[in-house]
Design a protein around this ligand. Structure first.
Ligand SMILES: NC(=O)C1=CN([C@@H]2O[C@H](COP(=O)(O)OP(=O)(O)OC[C@H]3O[C@@H](n4cnc5c(N)ncnc54)[C@H](OP(=O)(O)O)[C@@H]3O)[C@@H](O)[C@H]2O)C=CC1
Ligand SMILES: CC(=O)C(=O)O
Ligand SMILES: [Mg+2]
Length: 561
């Protein structure tokens, strides 16, 4: 396990500068420590560094400060007209000067995150084949099955954390096959910007397991295999091999635990890997299969559950309604919907409810309507826990009817259906509650169940609001109202860093819950006074420290490596 994985955005050189090198006597210069890399041309490098790197004379003479560099980047960004052009500019900046990219991102997180993450990453994934210019991660195809370990050997660096997807459910945009690579790339960029993980210790990993998206398979520019999606059994066998191969190459997880028992002295030599699953269409089987045997978590189920629980804890403080009187309607009963509902169940239990009382506070709605025991279809396993048995034979399918029937205090959207919370539904929520909790959480913005403006307008500014993608602040009755962003980016960097630093063998439910509790306490006085549900995103590095600390403290000490 490498020591501190933490990089600061103010590091100006990625290559080691040797302070004792004789910088003037070129004929006696030692060999360069590494081959020339694009970051070596950073215009902030002092003259001595340029001479040491042998880039002296190859960059303009002026040694720039970070401020001037940032000013130029922001001006260049401003010149790009569309979000996708800005995305492309930032992609090329990362490829040509990784330090500058992260200084820019970490210093302008509120402005730049929407360009490398949701919502722009959604469009980037939809157009990935069209805009592809350079490799940014590792691709493993189903045809590599049986040889995954040897393909993984091609990755040139040691890795501490990977984000993997098969592209089968990219945000709310459906199956995008290997075009989903933008998601691991974007999430890992946030690991560096928000939690300081060294970029070269991260691995974006795309599983090319075919795609159910016919248009992609027929697109001449599509860069993945043109096969139908593999079966769940084939996928499971592939993932079994993958998990073993990843931990064989970077043997933190299970293997290092075993090594710890027999050879403690070897521990410091080990590199560990934390594995984050992202945007799989049905991620429940893999979470169940690997959570107790590998250092892994599923961000859509667990990260989302934690971040929404944190905002919910703060919303409940404002609404003043005790757990036993909460009634939650969830539009969407998939990985995120069930993940969020389960984390809130845990909170309700901690607030004194029995598990059965807690479970009964939820009404989940999927594409067929209210999830009930008797509606006539075979429910997917993950929905059964929340399935209602008290609907008296009524099979409600319309969201407004469900809201009228249930009279909820909370309306969550994790359905991928943009605009599903219409004026009537929002108005009804405001009639039912002084402070309705309204969280349209689907991404990207086009899939958000409502906008902030709509929520404010139809609830007279009384909604306790958070959305998955960012919306701007607005003026309402002389006051500036600022929306919360309920996005797992508030927690996954801290969960991943906490898992790395604590050397936890598994990412336990206690660690996930702790990340939520920690985030809920990370608001400063001004944010609390303003009634915010989440801290200002500009403080994300401080916030990630709080989340990481919570996660480390919750990591079971007896099982740390
Ligand atoms: N804010 C955040 O941090 C996060 C947001 N998300 C967002 O949440 C959304 C859902 O993600 P995820 O749960 O993983 O996706 P899933 O595909 O697992 O779940 C989607 C759910 O929405 C339901 N649904 C689809 N159409 C309708 C409809 N017309 N009416 C009611 N329900 C419908 C589906 O029904 P059925 O089961 O019948 O198919 C399913 O239950 C995505 O947009 C994603 O971007 C996800 C993770 C984090
Ligand atoms: C944010 C996220 O993980 C998603 O929308 O899938
Ligand atoms: Mg996701």
């Amino acid at each position: 396990m490498a020591s501190a994985a933490v990089a600061t955005p103010t590091n100006s050189t990625s290559s080691a500068f040797h302070p004792h090198a004789n910088i003037h006597a070129h004929h006696t210069l030692p060999a360069r420590p590494t081959p020339i890399s694009s970051g070596d041309f950073d215009t902030s490098h002092p003259i001595e560094v340029r001479k040491y790197l042998r880039t002296y004379g190859l960059t303009p003479p002026s040694v720039e400060g970070f401020e001037a560099q940032t000013q130029r980047c922001l001006a260049l960004l401003e010149l790009k007209k569309t979000p996708i052009e800005k995305y492309q500019y930032l992609t090329s900046l990362r490829a040509t000067n990784v330090d500058l990219f992260y200084r820019l991102l970490a210093g302008n997180i509120k402005e730049i995150t929407p360009l490398i993450y949701t919502p722009t990453v959604g469009e980037a994934c939809q157009r990935w084949s069209e805009i592809y210019t350079q490799p940014e991660g590792l691709y493993l195809s189903f045809s590599d099955k049986g040889k995954l370990a040897s393909v993984i050997q091609n990755w040139p660096r040691n890795v501490e954390i990977t984000v993997i997807t098969d592209g089968s459910r990219i945000l709310g945009l459906g199956d995008l096959g290997i075009n989903g690579m933008g998601i691991p790339v974007g999430k890992l960029a946030l690991y560096t910007a928000c939690a300081g993980i060294r970029p070269d210790a991260t691995l974006p990993l795309m599983l090319d397991l075919g795609t159910g998206n016919k248009a992609l398979r027929e697109d001449p520019l599509y860069l993945g295999s043109r096969r139908e999606k593999v079966t769940p059994d084939e996928e499971r066998e592939f993932l079994d091999e993958l998990m073993a191969a990843l931990t064989e190459r970077w043997p933190g997880c299970v293997q290092s635990y075993i090594i710890l028992c027999s050879q403690c002295s070897k521990l410091s030599d080990l590199d560990s890997i934390v594995i984050q699953y992202e945007d799989f269409k049905n991620p429940f089987p893999s979470l169940e299969r690997y959570r107790d045997t590998y250092t892994m978590f599923n961000d859509d189920i667990q990260g989302t559950g934690a971040v929404i629980l944190a905002g919910f804890i703060n919303a409940v403080k404002t609404s003043g309604i005790p757990a036993k009187d909460q009634r939650a309607v969830f539009l969407g009963a998939g990985s995120a919907g069930v993940g969020v509902a389960k984390q809130i169940v845990q909170f309700f239990i901690n607030e004194g409810l029995t598990e059965d009382q807690a479970r009964r506070c939820f009404w989940l709605v999927d594409s067929k309507g209210l999830v009930t025991n008797d509606r006539g279809d075979k429910l997917a396993e993950h929905k059964v826990y929340f399935s209602r048995d008290d609907n008296n034979g009524k099979q409600l399918t319309n969201l407004l009817d469900i809201v009228n029937d249930v009279k909820p205090t909370i309306l969550m959207g994790l359905s991928t259906i943009g605009g599903a919370f219409d004026a009537q539904i929002l108005t009804r929520m405001a009639e039912l509650n002084d402070h309705p909790i309204i969280f349209p959480l689907s991404n990207p913005s086009s899939k958000s169940e409502c906008t902030f403006e709509e929520a404010v307008k139809h609830t007279n500014g009384r909604a306790l609001f958070a959305s998955g993608s960012p919306f701007p602040s607005l003026e309402f009755e002389g006051k500036t109202l600022t929306p919360g962003q309920g996005n797992n980016m508030y927690v996954f960097p801290g969960i991943g860093l906490g898992a790395i630093l604590s050397k936890a063998v598994n990412v336990t439910q206690d660690m996930i819950y702790a990340s939520a509790e920690a985030l809920s306490t990370a608001l400063n006085e001004q944010e609390v006074a303003a009634g915010w549900l989440y801290p200002d995103i500009r403080r994300i590095r401080e916030v990630s420290v709080v989340v990481t600390r919570g996660v480390i403290r919750a990591a079971p000490s007896a099982r740390r490596r």
